[in-house]
Design a protein around this ligand. Structure first.
Ligand code: R5P
Length: 283
């Protein structure tokens, strides 16, 4: 039987995984000292057990909590440690775009690998990030669960906001049984993108745009505006990881978005799709 620990960022996902695997949810204490340093303690005996720690590594304090939980489990003598990272933060800095930069995705992976026998993450920004872990690392996709949610919405077409993400749109369209295509996006900088008009045959159609991450909402907002200009009836935006930084939600609504859908890799009011079934399948 698996022993499952939920970090602060991923309590519900851990509970869901526990139910699916019929495992045991481990009681933990996580609190802050007066100087704000974190303290964690696992309250059940995990000696010789298979332990699964579930923790999204965003925002930064959750990374520290994961390291401490991993250490606590290791110190307690667990047989095997699986780290499930619903949203692996820092994944977009996966290379040196300019000299002198850190490869942040690699730096964090190195540290997580110190106390892990296996790592599982969901829709990593790029698959090659898995190679940064020095332990065995796997990914699963939330797209099938997102597509199942969208089936109810009478979607005529699924779009990727850029060509690189078209496989995700294709996968969703196969489940929904509708068309798929992609938009032509050029990223200018961290907050500005350009979506080139492309005749997508979206007139009077219900369109779902699927991406791995919504951060500032800039990519989706531009895409929504373009689709509405082309006469789309309803535009749904769906992502695995809803960061919703700055005023992303307002940007999406102002652009004319009909519904925002995210999973619970990062918990928000838009977490309408659960990722536990996808993760549990992989465990
Ligand atoms: C980029 O390659 C990602 O897949 C997303 O498209 C991007 O992170 C979205 O960012 P934003 O919401 O800030 O446009």
């Amino acid at each position: 039987m698996e022993y499952i620990i939920g970090g602060t960022a991923s309590k519900t996902v851990a509970e869901d995984i526990t139910k699916i695997l019929k495992g045991k949810l481990v009681n933990t204490i996580s609190k802050r000292f007066p100087d704000d340093e974190l303290y964690v303690r696992i309250q059940d005996n995990v000696k010789g057990k298979d332990v699964i720690i579930v923790q999204t590594t965003y925002p930064d304090p959750n990374v520290i909590e994961l390291f401490l939980l991993q250490n606590a489990v290791e110190e307690a003598g667990a047989k095997r440690i699986t780290v499930v990272i619903p949203y692996y933060g820092y994944a977009r800095q996966d290379t040196k775009f300019q000299d002198g930069e850190a490869i942040s995705a690699k730096a964090i992976a190195n540290l997580i690998s110190l106390n892990a026998d296996k790592v599982i993450t969901v829709d990593p920004h790029k698959e090659h990030i898995l190679d940064f872990f020095s332990t065995s690392a796997f990914s699963c996709s939330a797209v099938p669960e997102i597509a199942k949610y969208l089936i109810e919405k009478n979607i005529d077409m699924v779009l990727a906001p850029d060509k690189g993400a078209v496989d995700r749109a294709k996968k969703a369209s196969e489940i929904i049984n509708c068309d798929f295509d992609y938009m032509e996006k050029t990223r200018i900088d961290g907050t500005t993108v350009e979506i080139k008009p492309k005749n997508l045959d979206s007139e009077n159609k219900n369109v779902a745009i699927i991406d791995d991450i919504i951060s500032t909402g800039g990519t989706m907002a531009k895409s929504i505006k373009e689709l509405k200009k082309q006469g789309a009836k309803k535009v749904f935006v769906a992502c695995t990881h809803g960061l919703f930084a700055d005023n992303a939600i307002k940007k999406l609504s102002t652009a004319g978005c009909d519904e925002i859908i995210s999973t619970d890799t990062i918990v928000s009011d838009y977490s309408k799709v659960k990722i536990a079934p996808s993760v549990a399948g992989l465990i």
